[in-house]
Design a protein around this ligand. Structure first.
Ligand code: ADP
Ligand code: F6P
Length: 324
């Protein structure tokens, strides 16, 4: 039975991380554990930037975006020296187990720590939804809603001017956010890394929409797609007469990660945090807490740390048909 646990948030922040910190802290204290918050993700593990967390310290954060513990990308943690220093600091602070809230990179880090003998439980959290072991991760729903709101707004101005918009959304190497916001936003075309297409493919889709009498067209381009939205926009400038629409490019960027978490992410994060501590209390360690087929699950970190999450590409075809 552990006495003192640590909790950290790592990688890109995601709306709902605070709700997970709150759930971890309060469930742990309820279970008789002490909680130490590690600031700035793995960087804080290496530098020893840690603060005790009590019940009241996590009050009022469930509705706030970002992470009260701060987050960071930490290249040093990918080195053995960095990992050894982290382990040393954890031992010095008497931290016997760690909850790591983050995406696929963070969970790889969690796996390596577990291999070095530190018991860990991961919580699936990234707007990219590229983490195996969870159908959906903390932050995705809020980020999707932000993208949809932007697309809805762009559509109104697009149809006033008979324009097409290329909307670039985040997701790193994963097309999930682009595909889902494309379907939910009624986009005419979606470009994602998993199904590469060139600017001419998108030009033809827009041209066909124009010929069918549409007053606007939307293309959602994943940031990791083969061609960036600005490059496709430049191609469109040359071929505008044929395509029929004037084109504008909007890059959503970090707007998608900011702001308050929606209901879905608050609830998901609360359930993940609660389950992560309960897993520790029953001595089930070195697992990732996620949700699969509607149920909260734990999956060994060893099973997910070297696998890629598949994307259901049939949904692309569905989106195409529905946007006719
Ligand atoms: P996310 O967790 O959101 O996917 P990153 O991929 O940036 O974000 O990963 C967050 C951090 O996790 C990295 O900055 C690094 O400290 C750690 N990390 C990522 N990959 C590895 C790895 N292969 N080995 C050890 N640590 C890693
Ligand atoms: O992993 C989340 C994410 O927002 C990705 O979608 C994006 O590629 C990346 O982080 C941006 O990273 P940063 O915030 O370090 O610029």
């Amino acid at each position: 039975m552990f006495k003192r646990i640590g909790v950290l948030t790592s990688g890109g922040d995601a709306p709902g991380m605070n709700a997970a910190i709150r759930a971890v802290t309060r469930t742990a204290i309820h279970g008789g554990l002490e909680v130490i918050g590690i600031r700035y993700g793995f960087s804080g593990l290496i530098s020893g930037d840690m603060i005790p967390l009590k019940v009241r310290d996590v009050g009022g954060i469930i509705s706030r975006g970002g992470t009260m513990l701060k987050s960071a990308r930490c290249p040093d943690f990918k080195t053995q020296a960095g990992q050894r220093q982290a382990l040393k600091n954890l031992k010095q602070q008497g931290i016997e187990a760690l909850v790591i809230i983050g995406g696929d990179g963070s969970q790889k880090g969690a796996f390596y720590l577990s291999e070095m003998g530190m018991p860990v439980v991961g919580i699936a959290s990234t707007i990219d939804n590229d983490l195996p072991g969870s159908d959906v991760t903390i932050g995705v729903d809020t980020a999707l809603n932000i993208a949809l709101e932007a697309i809805d707004r762009l559509k109104t101005t697009a149809s006033s001017h008979n324009r097409a918009f290329l909307v670039e959304v985040m997701g790193r190497g994963c097309g999930y956010l682009a595909m889902m916001s494309g379907i939910g936003g009624g986009a005419e075309v979606v470009a994602i890394p998993e199904s590469p297409c060139d600017p001419e493919f998108i030009a033809q889709a827009f041209q066909a929409s124009h010929e069918r009498g549409k007053a606007h067209a939307i293309g959602v381009i994943a940031e990791g797609a083969k061609f960036k939205a600005v490059d496709i926009g430049a191609y469109f400038e040359i071929h505008q007469a044929r395509i029929g629409f004037e084109v504008r490019v909007t890059t959503l960027g970090h707007v998608q990660r900011g702001g308050a978490p929606g209901a879905f992410d608050r609830l998901l994060a609360s359930r993940f945090g609660y389950e992560a501590v309960n897993a520790l209390l029953r001595d089930e360690v070195n697992v990732l807490v996620g949700i699969q087929q509607g149920k909260i699950t734990t999956t060994p970190l060893s099973a997910i740390s070297h696998t890629k999450k598949p994307l259901d590409l049939q949904l692309l075809e569905m989106g195409r048909i529905l946007s006719i």
